[in-house]
Design a protein around this ligand. Structure first.
Ligand code: MG
Length: 460
């Protein structure tokens, strides 16, 4: 059981004691804080907020609490009901709302839910703003509306259509090229809202859709994080149905993983690599991902005489750097595609449309396309320390040890060696350093992690 209050929102398990879980009281308190913060910030009471949720079991209950609380503050609510994170983001600007709340715990199991907070641009609020919201929640400094000033409530059921039409209207999405290919696609939406959003998009692109776990009932049939070990069913079904590819999204549809025609993972890291390859081929520009994402993106950018930059981990950080560098494409190695011509948020729908355009134009199978990219392998390890160890001081020692290498300290310590890299990040909750590596083989990536553990131990 847990309640994690962070600058990007509040996340917790349903049930149990107040302040230790995401109980109804915690939902109301946190919603009140965000609504109040927006009202203070905008210096007016009668704001409009867009609310949407993924299909998890607690969604309807949390939605009732959130929308009623906002009305209680005098805020007008536009409720999209079952929706996706990118759809809510798109709708905030579409209806000129003052912000939005997405009810989703993303790839976390069914026990969890969360409130993700959006500003008037439909983008995640900054760390600074998040801190202010947390402070308001702490002080319970709320002032609810009088009876004549309660917020209005309306629902909308056209959000998916609006989102999809915006994608089809993008010049870089070539619906005709995709239609000509008549792709057969298996879709695993883990029984969440990807099952509502993606089939109409794929059908508009002339694809034959084989639906797997597309009932938005929140009964996740497998761990909802789109990793290889959870995706056996779709890998088999792609082979059985002789489909051209498989598409997997997480419960709130901001992470996209692909399966090739042989039922093999395209590799979550390579979703962004392929989409960036397509965009940079047609428009030179800058590509951005975070420090823990694959180097394959840098290589692909170089192939197109384009620049690549890496941000600290976290979607807000990627978006901030994308804006600073005026990037044409960005995202995260976990299958998060951010295409700024649509909006600054991870969006699997636009990712699917751009990937299918690329696939159609390259005239290759998915596995052939994958073979055109440099092969990298990632390793993940951790080193457990004792609480009395100063982790920051230890990381500084590591940094000094490698001072002659290409070292970044934007987020932990990242060491870029000529042939591979290591990224060390300290945990904020436990005395642990997480060690991410990437190399030309799995063996090498794992060894790199083990060598780093030995090195860190020698520095303690
Ligand atoms: Mg997600």
């Amino acid at each position: 059981m847990a309640l994690i209050k962070s600058i990007s929102g509040i996340r917790g398990t349903i049930g149990g004691k107040v302040n230790e879980n995401l109980t109804p009281l915690d939902v109301v308190k946190f919603t009140s804080a965000f609504g109040t913060w927006l009202q203070n910030n905008k210096n007016k009471k009668n704001l409009t907020l867009v609310v949407g949720r993924d299909a998890r079991i607690s969604g309807a209950m949390v939605n009732s609490l959130v929308t009623a609380t906002l009305q209680g503050l005098g805020i007008h609510v536009i409720d999209l009901g079952l929706s996706t994170t990118p759809t809510v983001e798109v709708m905030v600007t579409e209806v000129h709302a003052d912000g939005g709340i997405i009810l989703t715990a993303s790839h976390n199991p069914k026990q969890w839910n969360a409130l993700k907070l959006l500003n008037e641009k439909g983008e995640f609020i900054t760390a600074e703003n998040g801190t202010e919201v947390l402070k308001l929640a702490e002080n319970e400094d709320f002032n609810y509306a009088e009876v004549d000033d309660l917020g209005k409530y309306e629902t909308r059921n056209d959000a998916f259509n609006i989102h999809i039409q915006k994608i089809l209207d993008l010049p870089m999405v070539d619906a005709e090229a995709i239609k000509a290919k008549k792709f057969k696609v298996v879709l695993d939406a883990v029984n969440s809202t990807g099952g509502l959003a993606l089939p109409p998009l794929l059908e508009k692109l002339g694809c034959e859709v084989v639906e797997l776990y597309c009932e938005p009932n929140g009964q996740f049939p497998h761990n909802p994080e789109p990793l290889k070990e959870h995706l056996t069913d779709i890998c088999n079904l792609v082979k059985e149905t002789k489909a051209d590819l498989g598409i997997v999204v997480d419960p709130d549809v901001d992470r996209l993983a692909l399966i090739d025609e042989n039922g093999e993972m395209f590799g979550e890291e390579y979703t962004l690599v392929a989409v960036a390859d397509y965009l940079l081929k047609h428009k030179k520009g800058i590509a951005i991902s975070n420090l823990s994402s694959s180097r394959a993106l840098r290589d692909v950018a170089q192939n197109h005489q384009s620049d690549y930059f890496a941000s600290a981990v976290g979607e807000v950080n990627v978006v901030t750097l994308m804006k600073e560098k005026n990037a044409v494409i960005g995202g995260e190695g976990n299958g998060g595609i951010i295409y700024p011509d649509l909006h600054y948020g991870r969006d699997s729908l636009v990712g699917v449309a751009l990937f299918l355009t690329h696939l159609a134009k390259e005239n290759k199978t998915v596995s052939e396309l994958r073979d055109t990219y440099p092969a990298y392998f990632m390793g993940k390890k951790k080193i457990e320390l004792t609480p009395e160890i100063d982790v920051d001081a230890l990381l500084t020692k590591v940094e000094k040890e490698y001072q002659n290498e290409d070292v970044s300290t934007v987020d932990g310590v990242k060491i870029d060696f000529p042939e591979n890299w290591v990224h060390l990040r300290k945990s904020n909750t436990e005395p642990i350093i997480r060690i991410y590596t990437e190399a030309k083989s799995q063996e090498e990536a794992d060894k790199l992690g083990d060598d780093m553990i030995a090195k860190i131990k020698s520095l303690i």
